[in-house]
Design a protein around this ligand. Sequence first.
Ligand code: C5P
Length: 227
Amino acid sequence: MKKITIAIDGFSSTGKSTLAKQLAKKLHYIYVDTGAMYRAVTLFAMRSGFVESGKVDEEALEQKLDAIELKFEFNSSLGYAEMFLNGENVEKEIRTMPVSKNVSQVAVLEAVRKKLVAMQQAMGIDKGIVMDGRDIGTVVFPDAELKIFMTASPEKRAVRRYKELLDRGENVVYEDILENVQKRDYIDSNRAISPLKKAEDAIEFDNSDLGLEDQFQRIYEHSLRVI
Ligand code: C5P
């Protein structure tokens, strides 16, 4: 079997990471969650005082980009890699609402995207990788053998995210999450650099009403056709 690159893009909370993790496990591929990388840079910017009321001090962050070390470390008991920022496990903190509220504003910045895209391309050099994000099929790996684009209604996605955060013990309000999902969709789709859009050769899945197990089976079958 030849090793391929699988690019999974789509709107926030469409179940991209669940699907990508399942596929990677089944195919014995590496899984990379690029959203975690943008979230970790955002956490760094917030801790450094470079973000205020959703506004990012682009110059200050750009000057400190070299001081940001990002690393994924596989946790065998969890079965997936966790994100480390300058040696600290930030996996939980990067998923919280304050980070979600600022991440899209950090992800529009050219210098940030340049650094992270270069890292992502290096991780995929040997193929055998499933990567999820917003620009994987369009910018990071335009030659990926399999590209998936995932959508679902904002309400369905907000409900999923709401349940996820409640399960993790966060004190969240549904309306806040719906607003965050819609705002991120808007910023991610309308930014000047690498906006979220379906690659022409991507297969689109709307999972508003499709069970995640069904969806996994269909996409797994697609992957077997190209491997
Ligand atoms: O995937 P996740 O929802 O964790 O991504 C968080 C944010 O990171 C997205 O809303 C988007 O602004 C940014 N992102 C991006 N490009 C990627 C992955 C994530 O701009 N490849």
